[in-house]
Design a protein around this ligand. Structure first.
Ligand SMILES: CC(C)(COP(=O)(O)OP(=O)(O)OC[C@H]1O[C@@H](n2cnc3c(N)ncnc32)[C@H](O)[C@@H]1OP(=O)(O)O)[C@@H](O)C(=O)NCCC(=O)NCCS
Length: 143
């Protein structure tokens, strides 16, 4: 099936958020994934997030960005009806290529521990599970 991949813009927000909401394994955050949060993310990381589209329908999406040192990839998702067609891999490669062009040597992913299918996808595609690291987090308002 023929699909095209293009940069994501905030005009894609409604389609993308409903796609993410339908898919178990995508952990959504009320603030960061709100329209305002995604607007801020895309402005801060221009040209690094993508959608896959067939005619008018968005069938896959991914966010990526970097902090000047490491790249981060978030919320890779492909609608169930269009999986195993190479869309997830293509979206990921677009992010890695774009991050590499900006001089970023490595990219990280946050993966829900419960998402065993997602883990198997990343491992199959050559991503290294770092057993030696944990993610720690605090809200900025909790000084
Ligand atoms: C993970 C996901 C994005 C994969 O998308 P996809 O478009 O089906 O993947 P692709 O067709 O590009 O697959 C690329 C390769 O990975 C393999 N693959 C796909 N899903 C896989 C899985 N769950 N486990 C192992 N390998 C997998 C494919 O067979 C293909 O292998 P090949 O290149 O050797 O032929 C999709 O299943 C999804 O949206 N899952 C729910 C959301 C999620 O878990 N996202 C990741 C967490 S952030």
């Amino acid at each position: 099936m023929k699909y095209k991949v293009r940069q994501m813009t905030i005009r894609d927000y409604d389609a993308v958020i409903s796609l993410w909401r339908e898919i178990p394994g995508i952990g959504l955050d009320d603030d960061s994934d709100s329209r305002l949060g995604i607007t801020r993310y895309l402005k801060r990381n221009p040209g690094l997030s993508f959608v896959a589209q067939i005619q008018d329908m968005i069938v896959g999406t991914v966010l990526s960005g970097h902090d000047g040192r490491r790249g981060y990839l978030h919320h890779l998702a492909v609608v169930a009806s269009h999986r195993k067609l190479g869309i997830g891999k293509t979206l990921t490669s677009r992010c890695l290529r774009a991050l590499g062009k900006q001089g970023i040597p490595k990219c990280n992913i946050f993966l829900l521990r419960s998402n065993s299918r997602g883990r198997s996808f990343w491992k199959h595609n050559g991503w290294n599970l770092r057993q030696d690291l944990s993610v720690l987090q605090k809200k900025t308002k909790d000084l």
